[in-house]
Write a protein that binds this ligand. Structure first.
Ligand code: NAP
Length: 280
């Protein structure tokens, strides 16, 4: 393929029309003057393995994968360490005759923190993560990769938190919601990686008083943008990182893999996606 040839990538899901990824990648395609396209592909589960193993025949150099395909994508591609650790693949790319995959939520979480709360990991010894589902796995892995010594992992279902300790090792400390005040004591970071606080879901009354004064808070939820955790964190004067920041930063690596340019998350892009979210 020459640089002049059109490249296309897509987001595959079932359903998929709610995806904001075309706005993000479309913005970058235009900004960097790339001869490319990013489309949505609604593919039912029974057709998904054949679709991704024949991506070039469908005209694609790569794709994002979302619900319900992330586990099947992992099993039908060559995953990197992040995808393997998180147990799900959400970005795939053609590399010669190989179909490779990664998990970009890890990079989305830490990239957003780096952008909105620079220095967040300096002297960070103890962090609290709420949620041991897909997003929780990515968040915990990202914190461990950045060298955090102790991650308290709060989850409603104890076996899921325990499974992450078994997968990631003794720096992960499973805990319950009743333990929250104790594990927040002296912690330098709190991350909500549950769906709690999302529009239409139950919420949490966060008491961040026991945390360090220079702590930071991150939420994976982006509807609403300002979750109750972020409101409580701002009241405490903490740095914050929101779910939209994670969503935008997780898109960077896929774009780079497919189109060969590492794109920038600009305030203009953020405003564009914010407007689209407000309409949906
Ligand atoms: P998931 O695998 O289904 O995990 C859901 C998590 O929320 C689990 O820890 C679950 O606890 C917890 N939870 C749900 N309802 C609860 C309740 N009533 N009480 C206590 N805990 C509850 O989902 P996921 O894929 O991790 O997604 C979680 C959130 O992250 C969603 O809001 C999703 O939109 C968001 N997300 C955002 C980004 C981004 O880029 N910003 C990326 C990925 C995901 P149990 O284990 O006990 O069920």
């Amino acid at each position: 393929m020459t640089d002049k040839e059109m490249r296309a990538a897509c987001a595959i899901g079932w359903p998929i029309k709610q995806s904001k990824s075309p706005i993000i990648h479309g913005y970058w395609i235009e900004r960097y003057g790339i001869n490319g396209e990013y489309r949505l592909e609604a593919v039912p589960p029974e057709d998904f393995p054949a679709f991704i193993t024949n991506l070039p025949a469908h005209g694609y150099v790569g794709c994002n994968v979302t619900i319900p395909h992330k586990l099947v994508a992992l099993a039908n591609s060559e995953p990197d360490d992040r995808a393997r650790a998180v147990g799900a693949a959400n970005a795939l790319w053609i590399d010669g005759d190989r179909l490779r995959s990664t998990n970009t939520d890890v990079e989305g979480f830490v990239g957003s923190l780096d952008a909105s709360a620079p220095g967040w990991d300096e002297n960070l010894e103890s962090a609290v993560v709420c949620g041991a589902g897909g997003a929780g796995r990515a968040v915990v892995f990202g914190l461990l990769e950045r060298g955090v010594a102790c991650v308290h992992l709060v989850n409603r279902t104890p076996s899921r938190a325990q499974a992450l300790r078994e997968a990631f090792g003794p720096r992960v400390h499973p805990a319950t919601w009743e333990d929250l005040p104790r594990v927040l004591d002296g912690a330098g970071l709190i991350a909500n990686a549950t769906s709690l606080g999302m529009t239409g879901n139950p919420d949490v009354e966060w008491d961040l008083a026991p945390m360090r004064d220079d702590a930071v808070a991150a939420d994976v939820v982006y509807a609403p943008l300002k979750t109750s955790l972020l409101v409580a964190a701002e009241r405490r004067g903490f740095g914050t990182s929101d779910g939209l920041g994670m969503l935008l930063h997780q898109a960077v690596r896929g774009f780079e893999l497919w189109f060969g340019v590492r794109p920038e998350v600009t305030t203009e892009l953020r405003a564009l996606v914010e407007r689209a979210l407000a309409k949906s």
